[in-house]
Design a protein around this ligand. Sequence first.
Ligand code: UDP
Ligand code: MG
Length: 310
Amino acid sequence: MDLSVVIPVYNEKDSLEELYTRLSAVAKKLNVSYELIFVNDGSRDASLEKLMELSKRDSHVFYINFSRNFGHQIAVTAGIDHTQGKAVVIIDSDLQDPPELIEQMYLKYKEGFEVVYAQRSKRIGESWFKKITAKIFYRTMVRITNVKIPIDTGDYRLIDRKIVEYLKKMPEQNKFLRGQIAWMGYRQTAVEFVREERKYGETGYPLSKMIRFALDGITAFSDKPLTLVMQAGIVVSIISFLIIIYALIGYYSGRSTTPGWASIMVSTMFIGGIQLISIGVIGLYISRINKNVINRPLYLIQDTNLETQN
Ligand code: UDP
Ligand code: MG
């Protein structure tokens, strides 16, 4: 098997036919042996039926049907776990990632690159809110992590079998695939593309999921929040110490006649706030440690037409 394509699907019934046609065309043009592995991540529309129909029509098409919605990163992980290809492409199912780009990616892969990621030079038709938050997020990640996560790239990329095998050995429960792959190193390169508008349906990444995803990325690849908390603690302690000295001097010199309600309130609130934030940040890390200790299976498969042990 030369090429496996992994496609997470969440409520995408309308785009699947076109996606399938365009992916098949690319694979035929490259003249490679290939498989298309669709992972149905608990869609509530007719996506599964569509996938079953495609798989009956074409023996290149496989589907994995989750028992419920496990999230995009887990869906991609499940697909990757079941690939056979020497090269594996991860692509969104909403046609925002143009399948035709795989041709360029594959040529780069043939030149010897283990990772070829698609970098968006432009995003069409996405809300300014999404663009701005994404921009801030990618640039912050670069500054606070030790891993060179390329700017403005999603998970649309081609990876070599080697990378796939290492990904399988990374047991973390909170996946941040683009970070994990960047962390691995090897020869990585980019091909540029214009991110198109979503043609059908709506985004499966509302703000809540975006925040969770960002926190997963930050906590998995950076200790910066913990360091910041410690620095804040030190600064606040120094200030408190100065205030204590000031108060003592006032007391012994007999000048402290007015009871300082205001200053007490301000400092109590301030320190209380810092403490709550600090506990929250520590909690973020602990909850992720906890998940990994419990070590539940990442996903449950309800049915599939792949031959698996699961
Ligand atoms: N997706 C998924 N599970 C989810 C949410 C999304 O498998 O819980 C899939 C979705 O079908 C798409 C890809 O992940 O193929 C990217 O999602 P989406 O297009 O909604 O995100 P956006 O492009 O808006 O960031
Ligand atoms: Mg999308």
